[in-house]
Design a protein around this ligand. Structure first.
Ligand code: AHN
Ligand code: ZN
Length: 332
């Protein structure tokens, strides 16, 4: 009898201990409260129409009529959607000595706000399809539906959304010029990394407003292909890992994580580098990589004449656009 009593008390004590332990644990564990708001719905069809509108002008290569006309269209569109538009114009030298008429276009929302976020992309298209499998095309200008127009198309749709519902922070949609005038593969002379990204280099050295600053930036490059997989680009991860986490988390929460693998990709020279290194604003690059593609790690249509509207996928535009919406509408 005595022994049973001892065992009974022992078990009772143990039960109480375990229970207390559990309850203490639960109380100490901060519950993950999701304070995110649901952003308005990004329209993929609308973004697609804006990508097509740019391509319809013809290749937007520097110093061309199509380039001027598309630039005018972008300025008009951003104004129509209520943005404060600032242009930067300058004459810059290309790798071949050509004087290039640069035109950076900035569409600002809440220009007076001190907390700001940059969404950017390049709007020029490459004058040479120098990675085309057919050598005959190596001097042919490209439409740049993916390489250029896709990111800008998403930005024009973002502008339409920003007019309908404002964000807490200020937003700058920056269209960089002269990204894709980099030394072509067929040139036998010296290849300079600085021949790429001329518009963003210019902007980083002298931003569109004095004393400009932003919390962070997100660069979009080639965000319109059906097979796009946005690995975490090396420099983005190295220089703005917090922003990479923020964006990739939103994508996975939205259920579109398949487009945003959690693994790291290669290092890419792009417009985010001068923003990080010169303007000192953390900026990531959302850019697809194709690790198994033999033609190019940027995919089979990159810098070929096939980079046209027939290879643009509305669903990919929608995925990227919605992820950006979730980011910017939750920035306080
Ligand atoms: C280089 O090829 C060195 N960088 C790729 C940047 C780029 C070109 N993005 C689009 N077109
Ligand atoms: Zn390119």
């Amino acid at each position: 009898m005595k022994r049973y009593k001892v065992i009974y008390i022992f078990i009772l004590a143990l039960t109480v201990l375990v229970a207390c332990g559990n309850s203490t644990n639960t109380a100490n564990q901060p519950e993950e409260v999701d304070t995110d708001i649901k952003a308005p719905e990004f329209n993929g069809d609308s973004a697609f129409a804006y990508v097509k509108a740019q391509c319809d002008f013809g290749p937007r290569v520097p110093n061309s009529t199509a380039h001027t006309q598309c630039g005018d269209w972008l300025v008009a569109k951003f104004k129509e959607f209520g943005a404060t538009v600032t242009e930067q114009k300058a004459t810059l030298r290309g790798w071949d000595g050509t004087a290039l008429n640069m035109r950076n276009i900035v569409a600002s929302y809440k220009p007076e706000a001190r907390k700001r976020v940059i969404i950017c992309s390049h709007w020029d298209s490459r004058p040479w399809a120098d990675n085309d499998p057919d050598e005959k095309n190596h001097h042919t200008p490209i439409d740049g539906a993916d390489d250029g127009a896709s990111g800008v198309g998403i930005m024009v749709e973002l502008a339409r959304q920003l007019q309908l519902q404002e964000t807490e922070v200020g937003i700058d949609l920056i269209c960089f010029d002269l990204e894709d005038y980099g030394t072509p593969q067929w040139y036998n002379g010296k290849h300079d990394e600085n021949s790429w990204c001329l518009g963003s280099q210019y902007w980083a050295h002298s931003p569109h407003t004095e004393g400009y600053n932003a919390r962070f930036g997100i660069l979009l490059d080639m965000v319109g292909n059906a097979n796009a997989r946005f690995y975490k680009e090396y420099f983005s991860q190295k220089m703005a890992s917090g922003i990479v986490s923020k964006v990739w988390k939103k994508a996975h929460k939205l259920g579109v994580g398949a487009y945003f693998p959690k693994s790291e990709g290669g290092a890419i020279t792009d417009d985010h580098l001068p923003i990080n290194n010169v303007a000192r604003i953390p900026c990531i690059d959302i850019i697809p990589q194709y690790p198994t593609c033999e033609q190019s790690s940027f995919g089979p249509i990159w810098h070929t004449v096939n980079d046209n509207i027939s290879n643009i996928d509305k669903s990919t535009l929608k995925v990227v656009g919605q992820v950006l919406m979730e980011v910017i509408y939750n920035e306080k």
